[in-house]
Structures are given as structure tokens and as C-alpha cells.
Design a protein around this ligand. Structure first.
Ligand code: PXP
Length: 248
């Protein structure tokens, strides 16, 4: 059973990283989102971190005002972020674990074991009509916990799979791909919509895009890096082409 067209969510956080390196206003992540919209992205993803190291509050204002595409608002499960998200009412919220000292989102959310807290946390989003997704490791207990608390969507963390590609550790790559494949099928059986993200590149995207139950990929860092060489529109178009080729 297939989930239809595989959607591409373009994460524009690292346009803001480059801007913030100089503290000014360029390059503008909202402009990048508009280019992504033209280039065939199905959604825009932005992570407002507690420390505002890349996306800042004004970017979320700008994205909500300018975008026609759905915004997937990535956020830690804090009171501050809940208030911001409920005020903006983005199409989707993706709850991620966040540590100040990490360079990027290192692991998945620990859903198993904090069912009540998380169920309570996501309830206002469900009530407001936002699509709630939980960013988790491809582990059975996390998938089951996500289903138990009524989250409609999970995003599986592809970081270890993507790292294995970069390090050319093919045995790890294959075992990580198997884990993602199994948990995608299992989550789909449980009625969850499955997304995958983190660290995906032109090399590593194909086997994930080929999984028929995956509905959406969220990809940022590699695309923004590649945009330096080919331009943002062409970098996105090539990712889209590789996803479509793998899905076909
Ligand atoms: N999905 C989630 C939940 C993430 O936290 C991130 C990184 O912010 C991504 C996707 C995109 O990862 P990358 O920038 O490595 O492509």
C-alpha cells in the first residue's frame, strides 16, 4: 500500500545560520522559503530553538505571512514553544528533543515512558487542528508509544543511517535502513503517517524515498549546502527528481 506522492519538506534553518553569522538580515530564510515554494517543495520546515541559534521569532512571523505552502514548525516540548505555536497556528508541529549543547537534533524524542505528559502536551495542538508529529528513533517502543498517545504522525530520525553513508560504513547503513524499513511498515500498520528526516543527501535519499509507506521527507542542511554550488532552486529540484526516481 502506498501513501501517494512523496512530499518534500525543505528545512530552511541553515539559511538563518548563515545570516546570523553576521548578525544582519541576509540571507533571508523567508526568501529561501519562497524560492523553495517555486522549486517544487511541498512544505517548509523551520525549527525555532530555545537559544534562537538559527530561526528567530521574526522569521516565523515572516513565514506565516508570506508562505502559501504549509509550515511544519519544529519545536521542543516547552511551555514557551507551545504558546508561540498556538499563536501562529502553523499547519503542523513536529515535537523534537532539544539540548542546548548539541550541534543538531541528536536523538529522537523519548515518548515511551512519558505518555501522560506528552499526551497532555499535544492535546491543545490536536484541538487547534495542527497536525502533530513526533520525531523519534526507529524503535518499536517509541512507535508504539506514539500510537498510544494518539499522535497522527511520526518522523523517524535518519541521522545514524545518513552518518553511515557519509562514513562509508555500509554494514551500519544497511542495518539502519532495515530498522527504518521495519518501523515504517509497523507504524503504518498502526495507522500512523510516517515521515523521515535528518542528514539526508542526494546519495542517501533514494532507499528511504523508495519505502512506499513514507509520506514525507524533511531535508535541510544538505540542500542549503548544495545551493552554494547550484543555486537553491536547482538544488531542491534535483532532490525532488531523485525522490521521484526512487519512488517510481
Ligand atoms: N527533521 C527534523 C525533525 C529535524 O530536527 C531536522 C533538523 O533540524 C531535519 C528533519 C532536517 O535535517 P537536515 O538539516 O540534517 O536535513
Amino acid at each position: 500500500m502506498t501513501a501517494g506522492k512523496l512530499r518534500l519538506g525543505v528545512n530552511i534553518d541553515h539559511v538563518a545560520t548563515v545570516r546570523n553569522a553576521r548578525g544582519g538580515t541576509v540571507p533571508d530564510p523567508v526568501r529561501a522559503a519562497l524560492v523553495a515554494q517555486e522549486a517544487g517543495a511541498d512544505g517548509i520546515t523551520a525549527h525555532l530553538r530555545e537559544d534562537r541559534r538559527h530561526i528567530v521569532d521574526a522569521d516565523i512571523d515572516g513565514l506565516m505571512a508570506a508562505l502559501k505552502l504549509p509550515l511544519n514548525f519544529e519545536m521542543a516540548a516547552t511551555q514557551e514553544m507551545q504558546q508561540i505555536a498556538l499563536r501562529h497556528k502553523p499547519h503542523a508541529v513536529c515535537i523534537v528533543p532539544e539540548k542546548r549543547e548539541e550541534r543538531t537534533t541528536e536523538g529522537g524524542l523519548e515518548v515511551a515512558g512519558q505518555d501522560n505528559t506528552l499526551a497532555h502536551y499535544i492535546a491543545p495542538f490536536q484541538a487547534s487542528g495542527a497536525r502533530v508529529s513526533l520525531f523519534i528513533a526507529a524503535e518499536k517502543k517509541q512507535v508504539e508509544a506514539a500510537a498510544r498517545i494518539g499522535a497522527p504522525v511520526i518522523e523517524l530520525h535518519a541521522g545514524a543511517y545518513a552518518d553511515a553513508w557519509a562514513e562509508e560504513r555500509w554494514d551500519v547503513r544497511d542495518s539502519e535502513l532495515s530498522r527504518i524499513t521495519e518501523m515504517t511498515a509497523y507504524a503504518h500498520e498502526l495507522g500512523l503517517e510516517v515521515h523521515v528526516g535528518h542528514g539526508l543527501t542526494y546519495d542517501s535519499v533514494g532507499p528511504i524515498a523508495a519505502l512506499p509507506q513514507v509520506a514525507e521527507l524533511n531535508i535541510g542542511h544538505f540542500i542549503i549546502g548544495e545551493a552554494i554550488f547550484r543555486g537553491l532552486g536547482p538544488a531542491i529540484a534535483e532532490m525532488r527528481r531523485l525522490m521521484d526516481e526512487a519512488r517510481a
